[in-house]
Design a protein around this ligand. Sequence first.
Ligand code: SF4
Ligand code: MG
Length: 322
Amino acid sequence: GENILEVNNLKKHFPVRGGLLKKVVGHVKAVDGVSFNIKRGQTLGLVGESGCGKSTTGRTILRLLEKTQGEVFYQGQDVYNLNKHEMKNLRQKMQIIFQDPYSSLNPRLNVSEIVGESLKEHGIARGKELRDRVKDAIEKSGLQGHHVRRYPHEFSGGQRQRIGIARALALNPEFIVADEPVSALDVSIQSQILNLMMDLQEEMGLTYLFIAHDLGVVKHISDRIGVMYLGNLVELADKKALFDNPHHPYTRALLSAIPPSHPRNRGAREQIVLKGTIPSPANPPSGCKFHPRCPEAEERCSQEVPEFKEVAPDHYVECHLY
Ligand code: SF4
Ligand code: MG
């Protein structure tokens, strides 16, 4: 298939201000040169510990945050070079689902108002068409008809996530950034939401960027997986290649953390415990940013920044070992 999304060397740096005059004293390199493509109808899982820049990557692609550098192409169109009208159209095609649906749902609106809000606000639909589209989105997300007059606080976490999904679906999107949509949910509810998202993908031909901090969560839903560490993509590969033949020491550590008894990790691995904690992105380590925690670090790792290299067809790794 064709690429629906192309991200080239994307950077998002946030200024850090300090002192009496609140001058810029440094930058947090939240996203520091990330490149990947997503094919239409596929899912790229983006994984890493909190603070690694995965949410910022998703938001910068959607222009909920403005990039510092790099390029984002959606269906060949430069997302950062669109006029107002084109951007408005694109906003409908690209949607986001949040980790905590509750904080993103207006507590004063009932379900049908929440789902119809953007359609109404942007003058996309009204009257019967509005009602039909809202009804359709609510049905697709697995909520029942009697739910539509209720308010967010009356629902469980899983049902609230269905409201968040219905709200995104109402705009008839093509591409959805799912930012840890199941991280706050119980495991049994997680699989319901994941299955719903996979059914919707098949039915509507959706493309997902699916963000999670756990490789186990993205395994089932992803076609390809990218692993991020401190603002960089350190490995990118087909799901099978990543699970069967992980190259980067960080990917191996993440994989080893999935319990062997877990159905998502049948090939048991010895757990690799990383030393230390994730450093601050405001003051990242020199050379390979992973070197202070890497069990396989060599001398040059603290000095030379590794390149993001293709080590096998469509399998990319950022590490001096390759
Ligand atoms: Fe480890 Fe060196 Fe590879 Fe970085 S470049 S992951 S420190 S071996
Ligand atoms: Mg996040």
